[in-house]
Design a protein around this ligand. Structure first.
Ligand code: TXA
Ligand code: MG
Length: 319
């Protein structure tokens, strides 16, 4: 039996299977099995009211999970699935409360990684999968990261190499009036707007669905992480070094300053490459056990929005 067939069998048996997607690795469970879903929450240490995304083999499965599907959802699915877009839709009555956090909506996506698609087709149903990390921590983008995060709590880890996108999917809420981006991702507002006719708004409304990826503190390394404007970096580093602190610096350019307590890692000047590398870099810098990870603040334009969002939350979560 090949790995994918074995993984699908494990999902059917109520076990957890970690698998690659184009964004980050997911920790998958049969979305129709309450006991399997309960395992996910236990293993991740995730609060019970934080809903899970259900991954589907293709768009034809949509109507098993959602009702009142708007034309916008069909259009976006045709344009971007398989791909890094999660749609929030009104839930089908059969969807488990444990998946939706008791809300009347459900998050759905068709991921783009070939192994994920093979697994979903073989399983032929919905697979609930949060990122395969402990709650609040950096998402894994390689199979080795999953092992580091979760040890052997998954019955199997499918290894599909490093994830192409590197940060989590864009979450778009289509369950209410106007489309709203609840979590920015590398599929940006302009791309969505081109299909929708006008760019979606940002952020949830009051009483809007809860998104743990929108918590102020999330995606965090253990070492304190601080963002600093390029113009302030040198002075901040100098001050911290003078105070005897060890610094890991993530910036596009090295400082002219060299010091035994300063480690520099080159950050890409391209937002897609930066996103691709981000979580692996944060893990690498975290492992150095410095006193501080200092990251150069990314540019303020739209192409950097998702990366800036993750960095801001990483900084908040590492305090
Ligand atoms: O790229 C991704 O989306 C990855 C891969 C594995 O697919 N998954 C991921 O899952 O990031 P997770 O659980 O780490 O984050 C899912 C986010 C959470 O912030 C959750 O609150 C939100 O999706 N979500 C799920 N269902 C929702 C709903 N019905 N309404 C609002 N937000 C929802
Ligand atoms: Mg996550």
């Amino acid at each position: 039996m090949n790995d994918v067939a074995r993984a699908a069998g494990l999902l059917r048996a109520g076990e957890l299977v970690a698998f690659p997607t184009e964004t980050v690795y997911g920790l998958g469970a049969d979305a129709s099995n309450p006991l399997a879903i309960a395992k996910i929450f236990k293993v991740k240490g995730r609060p019970a009211d934080h809903p899970l995304i259900v991954h589907l083999p293709d768009v034809s499965h949509l109507e098993c999970w959602a009702v009142d599907i708007p034309a916008d959802a069909e259009k976006l699915a045709a344009a971007f699935w398989p791909g890094p877009l999660t749609l929030i839709l009104k839930r089908h009555p059969s969807v488990l409360d444990a998946i939706t956090g008791g809300q009347d909506t459900v998050g759905l996506r068709v991921p783009k990684h070939p192994l994920a698609l093979q697994l979903l087709r073989e399983f032929d149903g919905g697979v609930a999968a949060p990122s395969a990390n402990r709650f609040g921590r950096v998402s894994p983008t390689t199979a080795a990261h999953v092992r580091e995060e979760l040890g052997d709590v998954a019955a199997m880890i499918l290894d599909g190499g490093p994830c192409a996108v590197g940060i989590e999917s864009t979450i778009l809420d289509l369950s209410g009036g106007e489309p709203r981006i609840l979590r920015p991702g590398m599929l940006d507002a302009d791309a969505l707007g081109a299909v929708l006719g006008c760019p979606p708004a940002f952020g949830g409304q009051q009483n809007a669905p809860r998104v743990s990826g929108s918590l102020e503190a999330h995606y965090a390394p253990r070492t304190p992480l601080q963002l600093a404007a390029a113009a302030d970096l040198a002075a901040m580093v100098r001050k911290a070094l003078d105070a005897g602190r060890r610094i890991a610096l993530l910036a596009a350019q090295p400082l002219t300053l060299e010091h035994q307590n300063l480690v520099w890692r080159r950050a890409s000047a391209d937002p897609a490459q930066f996103a691709h590398d981000l979580y692996a870099r944060l893990r690498e810098l975290d492992a150095l056990r410095c006193d501080l990870i200092l990251v150069a603040t990314p540019p303020a334009d739209e192409a950097w929005r998702a990366v800036a969002d993750r960095l801001r939350r990483a900084a908040a979560g590492s305090k």
